[in-house]
Design a protein around this ligand. Structure first.
Ligand code: ADP
Length: 175
């Protein structure tokens, strides 16, 4: 019997909203009502349908907000993808190790992707923008967590980064 293979890991420098994949992951905040960075771009390009579904999810399940490290899916509206998987990254802390919460974002997003039965998922570098997580460490956690996830139906995980610094950080761990 052959060992089940994990997904192919791909690194792309570009805009997450333009990715032709089944699901894109949003670096959301816990309100689910939009924000800056990736979140702002996804809502801007994806249109109002995404926000409408986020509002419904808030009302039905997440009145206190989506907890850090968790993930939930909505439509992708007008984006090329079929779904947006919203996950809330931890803010970087000088005094507290929140690595497990950041790993949880990648793990839980992949679990949601498996539930949706999708084959390709694009991740941004969660928490490395407004939440100030150091890029090198954020890239290491992203790559190690995705590599460590149980194999399923997802065949491609695409890390989509905005600039050269982030590209180099991911390239170091992707080898
Ligand atoms: P967080 O609040 O989790 O830190 P941000 O959206 O502020 O999330 O940033 C996460 C990372 O995504 C940063 O490295 C930022 O440079 C990058 N980024 C911002 N906009 C985009 C985009 N449209 N596509 C891909 N990456 C983006």
């Amino acid at each position: 019997m052959s060992t089940p293979e994990g997904p192919r890991l791909v690194l792309v420098r570009g805009d997450i909203t333009e990715q032709d994949v089944d699901a894109v992951v949003n670096a959301a905040n816990s309100s689910l009502l939009g924000g800056g960075g990736v979140d702002g771009a996804i809502h801007r390009r994806g249109g109002p349908e995404i926000l409408a579904e986020c509002r419904r999810l808030r009302a039905s399940h997440y009145g206190k907000g989506l907890p850090v490290g968790r993930a939930v899916a909505t439509t992708a509206g007008r984006l090329p993808a079929r779904y947006v998987i919203h996950t809330v990254g931890p803010r970087w802390s000088e005094t507290e190790d929140r690595s497990e919460l950041l790993a949880s974002c990648y793990r839980e997003s992949l679990k949601v992707a498996e539930q949706l039965q999708v084959r390709s998922v694009a991740f941004p570098a969660i928490s490395t923008g407004v939440y100030r997580w150091p890029l090198g460490d954020g890239a290491r956690i992203a790559v190690e967590t995705v590599r460590g996830a149980p194999p399923g139906g997802v065949r491609e995980v695409r890390f989509v980064v905005f600039d050269e610094g982030a590209r180099a950080a991911f390239a170091e761990y992707l080898g």
